[in-house]
Every structure is written in structure tokens, then in C-alpha cells.
Design a protein. Structure first.
Lengths: 633, 320
């Protein structure tokens, strides 16, 4: 049930409004530390990069529509498929799930008023934006990275790729990694310390478990990528030999370091999707998740076990048989927590009374495609089979089913699901369903034939192919599928855009949701909740007694924390109220710090090391400004 | 699916000509069957959910929570564990023995394949036979392929015969090549290696032993000087122009190592790593403008006149 504001409660609400509402206009957005505004900034930026990555994909598919085509030269094609991968992974999916969905929803779901570190949250966004612009300057100037998103050496070494292309990659990813590392720290501390009193760990929504797992995975995976790219740039700029076999180095060091990051990365990509699914399913099936504790445990296990399997991307490099067999065994073990979750979702849908509204349709699509992608993944844990299909379109099919089918579908469903909460208006349901079917069909027609063309021997990353090998018709079909998919995606965005202005008012809780964000207004006020919520289960909105208690407390003026920008901190396990935190409000320092970092990386790229040091000093000054005692009101 | 089921396709993993590739294919069909059963079962449950969307709980079992919980443990843990252990045993304990690098004592023959951007150098140790982009082997013979690289990482893959193996600087990787049937088998580089990765294919010719021996003997021989005038002019052009700085023709001053050996060019069925057929017209087009056919490859435009190109082609056509 929703918050009811009595005339007596109104004075408290007004006071909270005055304390928390941010500056209007552009300056307000540039200096925001409000997790909801940061989430919205992330959303639109990530969406723009999704469009860019999508255009790159359409160009690739158009080049491959027929054999020996001449739409793109090999040099441009190589930049296209490299930027497609980099954009979709680092500039779309991670920022969209962690930055947009995570930032906006996490504090709301745990009953807090903001993230633990609001200014660092803003910093994460500005670094993301700057790192994305950094990468796209490369594309616009014709020097985009061109050795694939996993950038194997020696192809990516100075000898074979002497221009700045790979330097954009190396510096760009280190820069982008700072954003996600800071975000991960923020998520962990927020989830552990800022949950509403009473929300002990076993009463935390499954969405939060997924994001906790993601945050830990990011924290431990990113350093490996940063080390790998640091070594790459040391080799390229200063003549080091980390990856140089002729001087005692090893190209396989790059592969190992990259995939030690790269494999956890794909679980980082998919876990938030699991979290979104576990938020949508209970709502639309009108029942609690089957076997909640096992599902929560499985979410954590997937992230943890994901660190032990990386060399299954390297089954053809010539490791000893025992080594490959170990990694295959570990990869098969990971199937178990994924299967547990899959059957828990299915069991919840079967035993509930599902309503197949648009968000739920996307979750059904997600489940179907997760099964297909998961099954093809299991087949490549059979090492001899992988050693046939590795680096062919069979693998391209596998990862697009799990990344697009299984990670993006919940994002699309989540966009529909939380659209009423964020905007206050309802989307158009009929167009929503149509947009689902077009997207579902487009995905199937684009990616399913890739399994076949891979079995027929078509390698990946080829800018063209000859006729007569059985590949032409399948490629043609795939390209048509990609155009259909594009139409479906545009329809989703158009539906939401038009509904933003013309949709009917949605109210607080149009779907009967189970988590706390549905108790507050749509959109939420700047302070999220007038009363710090009472929580006694993982489905707070279905505990009407608790919600009534909150309404009475608002009337009586209890538990409001209205003396400043305040939110409670609680203990890690049992969420016993611990202290009151004083939160910062609007600040220019996060953007300033991000800009100095952009300067550092730009100067490193151009080889102006002294000026880079200058920007580093400027960065130091912004940190001083940031931490100056008067900064928090 | 028809294409797949008929096993057609010149580079298909489902058109197998060796016991290793054949067993991998069998593994694939079994895995596919199991996957289809799992998929239909899970989707069947979703279809059930659709039909029973107005009623909570399960047919027969009602709303007892223990039943779906048991279902989760059964289908999420128990059944997968059994299936995956079986898969692991069959593929990663048993079959992997056949696809691992062969014990050198079991391979009477070795071939060195060296990956280059964007062509395959093929050497027959113990002989002076050197060729490019075509490998000949005798049928029913276990051949040890030693895969290395001269520059970046490539990957050696002939799907009809066996799994792929990467070619990595500083490493000597090995893979077994065994053909149980005579024929020609297409292969392609399978690790992105730069601009013309898409045009780095090769053919393996499995031949009856007598044919193979004749081929090898010819490969080991040096080129003979041409007799026809045009060909002689072409030879003189080749030696005095840039050609000799990149290409080798055994028995001549041309000892370049940048590009493929041309000693027996006229015996090959294709040019530029299976990019174009090996005919005089295509060869002339290649020499005239290699960048138009394979943009980014290492052979420059030579600025030759049409007459000069024809003389070169006349000479190269004598290199049998």
C-alpha cells in the first residue's frame, strides 16, 4: 500500500522537500548527487551508446548480407566489430545495469535516501561519460581500436598496430574501469550499511543480492583488466616486453590477464538481468519467489565461481590437457547455480497466476533465450567440440543469445516495468507487446542461424566470405533479422518517449509490486521516503501492516530524519539502526575531477607526459576541494 | 537445418573425413538431442504456465510449496549433475584422448605449418619441399602438424579432419592430421590476425600413397629454366625486379622469405590463400593490382606494363 500523507504529515513532507530538492536547470544536473538523477543521466548516455553500438552492428550485418561485398573496407570493418564489442559491453550494458538501474533502484529498494557515497556516485557517471567520449573520438578521427574487443597481442602490439588505435583502447579501458570500480565500492557499502532498519540480509530483495554479487565481481575482476592494459601500454609506449616472446615475454600472458577479467565480466553482465527478472516475476505472478534462499545463494555462487573458469576461452592455445580439463570441469559446475535460478523462476511462473503484460513478456523471452544460450554454452564445455567451433559463428551465436537474449531482454523489460515509477506515466501496453514480439523475432532470426553457419565452418571477424560454402543464404537471413530487430528496439524507445508526454498518470503502484519503491510517489520525491520504512520481509509492499505503521509514523512525525540531508546507517547482518549519516548535496567536484582525469588520459594518449602530470596535479586540487571541511552542509 | 543434416558444406565440421572429426560430430549430435529435450521440457513448462495462468499451484499437487522446491532441486541440481558428469566423461575424459596433440611415436610423418599475415607456409622436414597454402598428405597416415607463426597469432583449422590449434609466438603447438578418405579439404585461419584474416584459407589434399610420393618428390625438386622466349623474359624480369626480394624460387637467385615460395606455383589450384583460382588471367590480375583483390596484403603494386605482366605470367606458368 502507498504512503498516505495526512495534513499533519504534510509539514514534514514540505520540510524534507525544502532540504532535499536540488537546484533547478542545467546547473542542477551538472552538480547533482541525487542517485535518481545520476541514474537518469546514466540511462540516457548508455542508451545513446546502445544506439551507436547498434549502428555498428547494422553496418557489419549489411557488409555481410552477401558474399564478397564492398560496403565496408577491411580496415573500417575491423574498427566496426571492435567498437561494437567495446561499446556494447563497456559503454552500454554495464553502465545501463549498474549505473542506471542499480543507481536509481538500489537505495529505493533498501529504504535509503541515497547511495553511501553520493559524490563518488556522480564521479562514476562523469568518468563513464568522459571515457565514452574518449573512445568515440577515436572512431570519429578514424583511429578506433581495430584488434577486436579482446585485443590479442601481438596483433595489438606496436609492431603490428603502430597507430593510436590500440592506445585509445588501453587508456580508454583503464579510464572506464575507474568508473565501475568506484560504482562497485559504492554498491557494496550501500547494500551493507544503508539498508532500512529491520531489513536484515535474509530480508533483502533478490535484486539487491544480484547487485551485491555484481559489485564484488567488478571489484575483483577490473584490476586484472587494468593490469593487462597497463602492461600493454608499457610495451607499446616504453618498449617493455611483457607480451613479447622474442624477449622473454608471452602473448598468452595477455590472454590470461584479459580473460581473468573477461569471464567474470560476462557474469557481471548477466547478474543484474537475473536481478531485474527476480523483481518482475513475483510482481506479475502474484506470488513470492520459489525457494528464495537458494536463489539468493545461487546468485552469489555464479559470481564467485565465475572467477575460476577463464581459460575456457583458451581451449585452443595448446595448454596441457589437464589444464583444459580443469577449466571445463569448473565451467560445468557453474551450470548448477544457473539452472537452480532458471527452474526457480519457471516454478514461480507455473505455480503463480501470471499476467503476461509487457515487462513479463520480456522476462519470458529472457528465459527462453537464456536456455538456448546456456545450452550452447554447455556444448562448448565439451573440449573437443569447442576446439572445432571456437572462433566460429557458433560462438558468436552463443554469446549473443546470453548477452543480448538473456542480459538485454530484462533491461528492456525493466525499462517498461519501472517507467511508470520514474516518469509517473504509463506506457502504451499494446505497442509494448508488439515491440516485444518484433524484438523477440528479430533476435531469433538474427542469431539462431549463426549456430548453423558456424557449424558450416564460417570463422568470426571476417569482413567478407566467398560463395559456395553454404554461408550466403544464412548470412542474408541474419542480416534481415538484424533490420527487424532494429525496428523492434526503435519501437520500444519510441513507445517510452511518446508515453513520457502522453501516457496516462500511473500512480504509485500500477502493477502491485513487492518492493519498497512502489510505496512512494511516481516519480519519487528527492528524499525517496518521508518516513524511513519498517521492513520485516523481502516483500515489503505485500506487508500491509508495516506500510500502515509507516503512515502512522509520518502522521506523528516519527522516524523522519528531517534535520538535514540524513539517512540511517545500520549493521551489516541484522540491519539494527547504528548511526545517522549526513549526506552531501550538489557538488561540482565530481565533474571537475572527472574532467582532470580525462585530461590525464588524453595527454597520455598524445604522449605529452608532462602535461599529463599537470592534469594529475589539477586532479589533486579537485580532491582537496572535494574533501574541504565546509563541503558538506 | 537441411544443409546441416545433409552434412554438406566444404568447410563444415559435419562433413568429416577422419575418425577424430567424425567422433566430434557424433558428440555434437548427441548433445543437440539432449539440448532439444531440455529446451522442449522447459518451454513446455512455460506453455503449461500460460494455460494455467488463472490458477495458482500445480495440477495434482495444488499449492504445496514443497513441490516446486523439490522441482528446483531436481531439475536445477540433480538432473544437471548427472547429465553434466556424463557429458564430461564422454568428451573431456574419453574423446579428448583422440583430439589431443599426438604422441610423436605414433606419427610417422611431420609437417611444419607456419602462419604469416595472410598465408600459410608449409614445410616437409627431412626434405627440401616448401610450398604455400596447400598441404598434401597420404591417406590413412597419422601426420604430426607442427603449428607456429612468423608474426601474430593465427589458428590452423581444417574442420573435416580435426579440431583447430592456435599458432602462437614462442610456442610450438601440434595437432594430429589424419584423413581416412582421399579428397580436398578446405581450412581457414580462425584467430583474427589483421586486415586480410578473411582471406587466409588453405586446402589439404589427401592422396593415395603413390600419388603423394610423386607430389612430394616434385615439391622437393628445383625449378627448371624455361625454354620459351616469353617465359625467359619473364624470368629475367622476376630476378631483376622486386619479386626476388620477397619470393623464393628454388634453383634461382630468388631467395626472398617475405612472401610464399613460388617454386611450384603452377601446381596450385588457387592463389592468394584460396582467394582466387589459379588461372593465367587471375594470376595476371593479381600481379597487376594485388591490393584490389586482397586490400592490405603485403604485396605492393609493382607498376608493370601489361606486356611485362604477361611475360611474368608466362614464366610463372612454367613453375610446375
Amino acid at each position: 500500500m502507498a504512503t498516505v500523507v495526512t495534513p499533519r504529515g504534510r509539514q514534514h513532507v514540505d520540510r524534507l522537500d525544502r532540504i532535499w530538492t536540488e537546484r533547478p536547470g542545467l546547473l542542477g544536473w551538472l552538480t547533482t548527487t541525487d542517485h535518481k538523477r545520476i541514474g537518469i543521466l546514466y540511462f540516457f548516455t548508455a542508451l545513446a551508446f546502445f544506439g551507436a553500438g547498434g549502428v555498428e552492428a547494422l553496418l557489419i550485418r549489411t557488409q555481410l548480407i552477401g558474399p564478397n561485398n564492398h560496403v565496408l573496407s577491411p580496415a573500417v570493418y575491423d574498427q566496426m566489430f571492435t567498437m561494437h564489442g567495446i561499446t556494447m559491453i563497456f559503454l552500454f550494458v554495464i553502465p545501463m545495469t549498474t549505473g542506471a538501474f542499480g543507481n536509481y533502484l538500489l537505495p529505493l529498494m533498501i529504504g535509503a535516501r541515497d547511495m553511501a557515497f553520493p559524490r563518488m556516485n556522480a564521479l562514476s557517471y562523469w568518468i563513464f561519460l568522459c571515457s565514452g567520449i574518449f573512445m568515440y573520438v577515436a572512431l570519429v578521427t578514424g583511429h578506433a581500436p581495430n584488434a577486436g574487443w579482446f585485443d590479442y597481442v601481438p596483433l595489438a602490439s606496436k609492431q603490428f598496430d603502430p597507430g593510436t588505435n590500440i592506445d585509445f583502447y588501453g587508456y580508454g579501458l583503464i579510464f572506464n574501469g575507474i568508473s565501475s570500480t568506484a560504482a562497485a565500492i559504492n554498491f557494496i557499502v550501500t547494500i551493507f550499511k544503508l539498508r532500512a532498519p529491520g531489513m536484515s540480509l535474509n530480508r533483502m530483495p533478490l535484486f539487491c543480492y544480484a547487485f551485491l554479487a555484481v559489485a564484488f565481481a567488478l571489484l575483483f575482476a577490473l584490476p586484472s583488466l587494468s593490469v593487462a592494459t597497463l602492461f600493454l601500454e608499457l610495451d607499446r609506449q616504453l618498449g617493455f616486453h611483457f607480451y613479447d616472446a622474442a624477449h622473454g615475454g608471452d602473448p598468452l600472458l595477455w590472454q590470461n590477464l584479459f580473460w581473468i577479467f573477461g569471464h567474470p565480466e560476462v557474469y557481471i553482465i548477466i547478474l543484474p538481468a537475473f536481478g531485474i527478472a527476480t523483481a518482475i516475476i513475483p510482481t506479475f505472478t502474484h506470488r513470492k519467489m520459489v525457494f528464495f534462499p537458494l536463489v539468493a545463494l545461487a546468485e552469489i555462487l555464479v559470481a564467485f565461481l565465475g572467477f575460476g573458469v577463464w581459460a575456457h576461452h583458451m581451449f585452443t592455445v595448446g595448454f596441457a590437457t589437464l589444464t583444459t580439463v580443469y577449466f571445463a570441469a569448473a565451467s560445468l559446475i557453474i551450470v548448477i547455480p544457473s539452472a537452480i535460478q532458471l527452474f526457480a523462476w519457471i516454478a514461480t511462473i507455473v505455480t503463480g497466476t501470471p499476467e503476461f503484460k509487457t515487462p513479463m513478456l520480456f522476462i519470458i523471452g529472457f528465459i527462453v533465450y537464456f536456455i538456448i544460450g546456456g545450452l550452447s554454452g554447455i556444448t562448448v564445455a565439451a573440449i573437443p567440440f569447442d576446439q572445432q567451433v571456437h572462433d566460429s559463428y557458433y560462438i558468436v551465436a552463443h554469446f549473443h543469445f546470453v548477452i543480448f537474449g538473456a542480459a538485454v531482454f530484462p533491461i528492456l523489460g525493466g525499462m517498461y516495468f519501472w517507467f511508470p515509477k520514474v516518469t509517473g506515466r504509463m506506457y502504451h501496453e499494446g505497442i509494448g507487446k508488439l515491440s516485444f514480439w518484433l524484438t523477440f523475432l528479430g533476435t531469433l532470426v538474427t542469431f539462431f542461424p549463426m549456430h548453423i553457419v558456424g557449424l558450416l565452418g564460417m570463422p568470426r571477424r571476417n569482413y567478407t566470405y566467398p560463395p559456395g560454402l553454404g554461408w550466403s543464404v544464412l548470412n542474408f537471413i541474419e542480416t534481415l533479422g538484424s533490420y527487424l530487430l532494429a525496428v523492434g528496439l526503435v519501437m520500444i524507445v519510441a513507445n517510452l518517449f511518446v508515453s513520457r508526454f502522453r501516457g496516462p498518470l500511473a500512480g504509485n503502484d500500477p502493477f502491485g509490486g513487492d518492493t519498497l519503491e512502489w510505496s512512494t510517489t511516481s516519480p519519487p520525491p528527492a528524499y525517496n521516503y518521508p518516513v524511513i520504512p519498517t521492513v520485516t520481509s523481502p516483500y515489503p509492499m505485500w506487508d500491509s501492516d508495516d506500510r500502515e505503521r509507516d503512515n502512522r509514523r509520518l502522521d506523528r512525525g516519527e522516524g523522519l530524519l528531517e534535520l538535514g540531508h540524513e539517512t540511517p546507517a545500520t549493521t551489516v547482518q541484522d540491519a539494527v539502526a547504528d548511526e545517522i549519516l549526513s549526506m552531501p548535496s550538489h557538488s561540482i567536484w565530481p565533474m571537475a575531477a572527472a574532467l582532470t582525469m580525462a585530461g590525464i588520459f588524453a595527454m597520455l594518449l598524445l604522449g605529452h607526459y608532462l602535461i599529463a602530470l599537470g592534469f594529475l596535479a589539477a586532479g589533486g586540487l579537485t580532491l582537496i576541494g572535494w574533501h574541504h571541511k565546509g563541503a558538506i552542509a | 537445418m537441411g544443409l546441416v543434416l545433409s552434412g554438406c558444406g566444404k568447410q563444415s565440421i559435419l562433413s568429416t573425413r577422419s575418425p577424430q572429426a567424425h567422433n566430434i560430430m557424433l558428440l555434437w549430435w548427441w548433445m543437440l538431442a539432449a539440448a532439444v529435450i531440455v529446451f522442449l521440457g522447459a518451454v513446455g513448462l512455460l506453455v503449461l504456465a500460460w494455460f494455467r495462468r488463472g490458477t495458482a499451484g500445480l495440477p495434482f499437487f495444488g499449492e504445496r510449496e514443497s513441490v516446486p522446491e523439490v522441482m528446483v532441486v531436481l531439475f536445477g541440481v540433480a538432473v544437471p549433475v548427472v547429465a553434466l558428469v556424463a557429458l564430461f566423461g564422454v568428451s573431456n575424459v574419453y574423446l579428448i584422448k583422440q583430439t589431443s596433440p599426438p604422441d610423436p611415436r605414433t606419427t610417422p610423418m611431420t609437417i611444419d605449418v607456419i602462419g604469416h599475415q595472410w598465408w600459410w607456409e608449409v614445410r616437409y622436414p627431412g626434405t627440401s619441399a616448401v610450398t604455400a597454402n596447400e598441404i598434401h598428405i597420404p591417406i590413412d597416415t597419422r601426420v604430426n602438424v607442427v603449428a607456429t607463426t612468423a608474426d601474430v597469432i593465427h589458428s590452423f583449422w581444417v574442420p573435416a579432419l580435426n579440431r583447430k590449434i592456435d599458432m602462437i609466438p614462442g610456442r610450438q603447438n601440434r595437432v594430429l592430421m589424419y584423413a581416412s578418405q582421399a579428397g580436398e579439404y578446405r581450412g581457414q585461419c580462425s584467430q583474427f590476425c589483421g586486415l586480410e584474416h578473411a582471406h587466409m584459407s588453405m586446402y589439404v589434399f589427401a592422396q593415395r600413397p603413390a600419388e603423394y610420393r610423386a607430389w612430394l618428390a616434385n615439391m622437393a625438386s628445383r625449378s627448371r629454366a624455361p625454354t620459351a622466349a616469353a617465359a625467359q623474359a619473364g624470368r629475367a624480369l622476376f630476378m631483376s625486379n622486386q619479386c626476388a626480394s620477397c619470393h623464393t624460387i628454388a634453383g634461382t637467385p630468388a631467395q626472398g622469405l617475405v612472401g610464399p615460395s613460388l617454386t611450384h606455383l603452377a601446381t596450385r589450384t588457387t592463389l592468394a590463400s584460396v582467394t582466387i583460382p589459379n588461372t593465367p588471367a587471375e594470376l595476371a590480375a593479381w600481379i597487376t593490382d594485388p591490393q584490389a583483390i586482397k586490400p592490405g596484403n603485403r604485396m605492393p603494386e609493382l607498376g608493370l606494363s601489361r606486356g611485362q605482366v604477361n611475360e611474368l605470367v608466362a614464366y610463372l606458368e612454367t613453375l610446375r
